[in-house]
Design a protein around this ligand. Structure first.
Ligand SMILES: [Cu+2]
Length: 758
């Protein structure tokens, strides 16, 4: 089997065929992304199969030979691989416009200003602010004279910020989702000498490389419409109010072929009330805002260490000391991100730029390597600020992209097994370099791809430490020469010690994980193969160059302590019940609610992906369906099972961190590796694999989700809703479903409650 993208040296005829086939799909994709045609119609027209895959029509599917492509590699001295009927057309490679790898600096994240809450106008309210404003006619089928609420949050007490008076916001952040524009207020949070010499006052155009075209306004939609990606700094005990404005086009057709103008922002994996979780069905419209309240409490806030006497459960103050906070210190979290969760459009919107990171600081993970108080773990960071130093603590967002022949961001939304790009970006920059001092650095690596897994090592095969997995520091650091496969949405925090390199030398981060399509990794290459260009996957190989430019300016005071954060002890917490979720293909749909249901086809035809709960039917997503309702305050054991071997699924469970109890492959137990022995929020099932985990359900309530974080699988429609609805008023059991309209959210009774939910 070949890979998704044609090689650059393919024959001109084949490249032309591939571009023709891509163009043939573009118009259909545009209509589909804009809601002008439904999946049902695409199935009726025979463009996608009832199994949900693009029909094997030549000139349309990249996996079928182009009809007239016929004989050989005419007019080219190329690879000679064009033509014969069993060779797929493939995708045209993204043009590089002569750009070479490692010729531009990697920009660090753009630090979001932390403002006083009084800067927000109107002031935030516990319940959604339903003050009316005129609606843009484009939102309501051209009607004029209608009004809708200024805030898109579902109204009323159930979606009010839980315990808003107990956790009044102390910090405001405010951003607008918007079309691509130049960044004229870039703040990397460090001096230029620690940002590869980038002068932030120069303004950054929205390009993936200085030699690549500027992105059109509607090709890329990011926070504030700019790159680099945004970073929020927060700390325990200091609630944040994030006001997110939707500044996307009112007209749903203004999307350059993919992306939806309604959004819902998930703080992955925030331990917050569900009204702040970015529920997939709680999306908001252009012209509206949504106030997300992130109280930032340790799990167990209301049941463990309630008197805040344990100094390990703490948060940095502004003078180098600590403020103690309630909760279980073993639940301390560090590396989060936040991103769109719009029902059926998450993959498109995140790919288009709706992804940012959120570093949470604590007494343990202080962001200051010099303070020695027997609480601070003193991980690489810096010491000039009392907390939150970024000097030697670097966020990396990895994402594969593709662009069209004009260099504009492109996504083939018809790849229902998953979409992979052929261009590797770090912090939205094509194969950059990053200047480092000869000392220890922490890197918080986020896999922000749609469907691609990575497996990362250094080009010299040397050792480094993995210190965190997902949001959490591990019980103990793990010394490795290559990370495990990193699934979509997983965060791996690592420490690299560059002091072993001479000033003037270079070392590269290398990806070993090869894809042929978006279903799963096809192979992990050896370092020699990856460096030797043996893989046909253009994202295998070097992708980030480290240039060791000087000795450390000040002495490295950081450490990698042998003990970090042990798991919470659950041995005295009884298991209230177990549940089994099978993630697989060929799902059915019981309902056809036009807003909440993923619609598959006529007569309940199978859609591509779904989830089977406790032995029931494999079902496509419907956010009006309640699939599980664990009881407030209890502990459960969940079994996550991969329904097949042809794909992998990185499964994300919202709200609560889990501990992995066991793993299997083909029903046989396999060891849980050291780097999965901390808390996690994304669980890679592996082909034919399963995972068993345990969680407690504490502190907050409302409706949450569980889904595959291969976001193409999630959108088509491997997602379910679960809820905690018995934690007291104002929650109802079951909860009503929010159905957003520009004129306001209406509530419906659940379409369906699975018999095993309660
Ligand atoms: Cu999946």
């Amino acid at each position: 089997m070949s890979v998704f993208y044609l090689p650059r040296n393919a024959s001109k005829a084949r490249l032309r065929e591939a571009e023709d086939a891509r163009q043939n799909r573009v118009e259909i994709m545009k209509a589909y992304s804009q809601g002008q045609v439904s999946r049902r119609e695409l199935i009726k027209w025979g463009l996608i199969t009832s199994g949900g895959l693009i029909a094997p029509i030549s000139g349309l599917s990249p996996f079928v030979a182009y009809a007239s492509g016929g004989s050989g590699s005419s007019g080219s001295s190329g690879s000679g691989s064009g033509g014969s009927s069993n060779i797929p057309t493939g995708m045209p490679p993204s043009p590089l416009f002569g750009v070479q790898a490692f010729t531009t600096a990697m920009p660090r994240f753009d630090l979001v200003p932390r403002n006083p809450v009084s800067s927000l106008s109107p002031a935030p309210t516990a319940e959604a602010n339903t003050t009316q404003q005129p609606l843009n006619p484009a939102l309501v089928g051209g009607q004029s004279g209608l009004t809708g609420p200024i805030e898109g949050r579902p109204p009323g007490p159930i979606w009010a910020h839980q315990r808003f008076t107990q956790f009044p916001p102390a910090v405001a952040i405010e951003m607008t989702q918007g079309g691509a524009t130049a960044n004229t207020s870039y703040n990397p949070g460090v001096s230029s000498s620690l940002n590869s010499g980038i002068d932030p006052t120069q303004g950054l155009p929205l390009k993936f490389h200085p030699g690549l075209p500027t992105q059109d306004k509607n090709s890329v939609w990011t926070f504030n419409g700019t790159i680099p990606p945004k970073l929020v700094k927060g700390r325990y005990g200091e609630p944040i109010l994030f006001r997110h404005h939707n500044g996307l086009p009112f007209d749903v057709t203004q999307n350059n072929g993919f992306g939806r103008n309604t959004i819902s922002t998930h703080e992955h994996n925030g331990h917050h009330g569900a009204e702040n979780d970015g529920f997939t069905g709680a999306y908001f419209f252009p012209g509206q805002f949504y106030d997300y309240h992130w109280p930032i409490v340790l799990a167990g806030h209301f049941s463990v260490n309630q008197d805040a006497s344990d100094p390990l459960a703490s948060s940095p103050n502004d003078s180098g000391g600590l403020n103690k906070v309630p909760g279980d210190w073993r639940e301390t979290m560090s590396t989060h991100w936040f991103h769109d969760h719009m029902f059926s459009f998450t993959s498109q919107n995140v790919y288009k730029g709706n992804a940012a990171m959120f570093n949470i600081y604590s007494g343990l993970d202080r962001g200051n390597e010099a303070i020695n108080d027997n609480v601070n773990l003193r991980l690489p960071s810096g010491s000039s600020e009392s907390w939150g130093n970024l000097d030697y603590d670097v966020n990396l967002m990895l994402a594969d992209k593709a662009w069209d022949q004009n260099g504009q961001l492109f996504m083939d939304i018809f790849q229902f097994t998953g979409f992979v790009g052929d261009m590797m970006t770090v912090n939205l920059t094509y194969k950059p370099y990053f200047e480092v001092e000869a000392r220890r650095y922490r890197f918080r690596i986020l896999n922000a791809s749609v469907s691609r897994f990575f497996k990362i090592c250094l080009s010299d095969g040397s050792e480094f430490f993995q210190i965190g997995n997902d949001g959490n520091l591990l019980p103990n650091p793990v010394k490795l020469t290559a990370l495990d496969e990193q699934g979509i949405a997983e965060r791996y925090d690592i420490v690299i010690d560059f002091s072993r390199y001479n000033v003037g030398s270079k070392v590269w981060m290398v990806n070993l994980c090869e894809h042929q399509d978006g279903a799963k990794p096809s192979k992990d290459r050896t370092l020699a193969d990856a460096l030797g260009g043996k893989s046909a996957d253009p994202c295998v190989g070097k992708f980030l160059e480290f240039r060791i430019v000087r000795k450390p300016a000040t002495s490295d005071q950081s450490q990698v302590p042998s003990q970090m954060i042990p798991n919470p002890d659950l041995s005295n917490v009884p298991v209230a019940r177990e549940r089994t979720f099978v993630f697989g293909s060929g799902a059915f749909q019981n309902q056809s609610d036009p807003i909440t249901s993923f619609i598959t086809g006529e007569g309940g035809q199978k859609g591509p992906w779904g989830v089977k709960v406790d032995g029931g039917k494999m079902l496509n997503a419907d956010f009006g369906r309640l699939s599980a309702a664990p009881r407030f305050g209890t502990r459960e054991v969940w079994h996550l099972v991969n329904g097949g071997g042809g794909w992998d699924h990185p499964i994300h469970i919202h709200f609560e961190e889990g501990q992995v109890l066991s793993r299997t492959v083909l029903g046989v137990a396999v060891p849980v590796p050291a780097w999965e022995q901390g808390r996690k929020d994304v669980y890679r099932l592996r082909p034919n694999g399963s995972i068993t985990l345990t969680m407690q359900f504490r502190d907050w309530g409302g409706m949450f989700m569980e889904h595959c974080h291969n976001t193409v699988h999630e959108d088509n429609a491997m997602l379910l809703r679960w809820e905690i609805d018995d934690g007291g008023q104002p929650m109802l059991r079951p909860l009503p479903t929010p159905c957003p309209h520009p004129t306001g959210v209406v509530f419906e009774n659940p379409d369906e409650v699975l018999p095993t939910a309660f």
